[in-house]
Design a protein around this ligand. Sequence first.
Ligand SMILES: NC(=O)c1ccc[n+]([C@@H]2O[C@H](COP(=O)([O-])OP(=O)(O)OC[C@H]3O[C@@H](n4cnc5c(N)ncnc54)[C@H](O)[C@@H]3O)[C@@H](O)[C@H]2O)c1
Length: 352
Amino acid sequence: MTLHALPDFTHERVTTAVGRRSGLTMAVALHSSALGPGLGGCRMWRYAHWSDGLGDVLRLSAAMTLKNALADIGYGGGKAVIALGPDDELDAERRTAALRDLGDLVEQFDGAYITAEDVGTTEYDMLVVRERTEHVVGLPPEEGGEGEPADGTAHGVYVSIERTLAELDGSAALAGRRIVISGLGQVGGRLARRLAAAGASLAVTDIVASRRALADELGADWIEVDAALTTPADVFVPAGLGGVLTDATIDALPVRAVVGPANNPLAERSGAARLAARGIVYAPDFLVNAGGVIHLALAGRGAPVDEIERRLDGIGDTLDEVYRIARTDGITPLDAAEALAMDRVRGGRVSV
Ligand SMILES: NC(=O)c1ccc[n+]([C@@H]2O[C@H](COP(=O)([O-])OP(=O)(O)OC[C@H]3O[C@@H](n4cnc5c(N)ncnc54)[C@H](O)[C@@H]3O)[C@@H](O)[C@H]2O)c1
């Protein structure tokens, strides 16, 4: 029993249910609707105990409040989790049942929470969810959906790297900068292409060996997975899983900045101060990786491409503001980003 590990409960509404078709435990957490309906994806993941999934959805939905507030898209924070047991293997029939159950649960929120794909779910899964509720985004483009959010996410990370370089030494130029990317998936792969095209010198890795083909195509150095945290560079880009920045890896990290899409790259929150003490600039994950949610929100409203790109570039303006607050107040960029987001939530400030 792991209920004691739950984070603080600051949420507006949380509903946990056992799906009547699938028998799986699932939860929707609406953290804050101060700026609009809660928007955040549904994670389908294995947990040792269902309450670990509940802890996840509480933490993730609170993080979505911060992300959506900084992204300034008129949405609050929410998230869903479908908790698989450690040995659950879903066949197609039970997966469909679980997604329909999720749709029923989302429908209970009557539009106060809007779901989408996340780790463990796909845009095609969202078609099944839509059978039971209209409060879902991120459907495949051929079904009238918004398409792949990873393009927007990579765009936001790219801009954030430029602004971070400018923060370091006054020049946002990428040519000749050494950048290490750990994880060449949907976001990391797209980002590597953009950075290579801008003349950056790349060292890349992935636990999937076949991703090396992209490194070869781009003329990037392929390094061992563990070497990602010990290879000297201007910027380290965590683009795989979270939790890679532990006290030990931070102490050895030979870079000037960390900027990447991975959610929660810091194993402990105290890692932000530890990075700052080493003079390493840390760009908060929930700000730099908000391009996907900006894409979903604006494309979902039918915004033109140039308007979406302008808003993605806006991530860089917000990051500049975060660095300025951090410098002025003598706090970490993580503290500054959280304070800025919570100011917006408390002030009910929305510009879209
Ligand atoms: N896709 C988006 O729009 C989006 C938006 C916000 C945040 N994120 C976050 O960004 C990260 C990347 O997302 P993605 O959509 O590209 O996922 P993805 O699954 O497509 O890619 C992740 C890649 O990282 C690799 N990887 C996993 N563990 C690794 C390790 N220890 N070392 C090196 N490589 C490793 C995987 O093999 C995979 O190729 C995730 O943390 C995700 O939660 C993604």
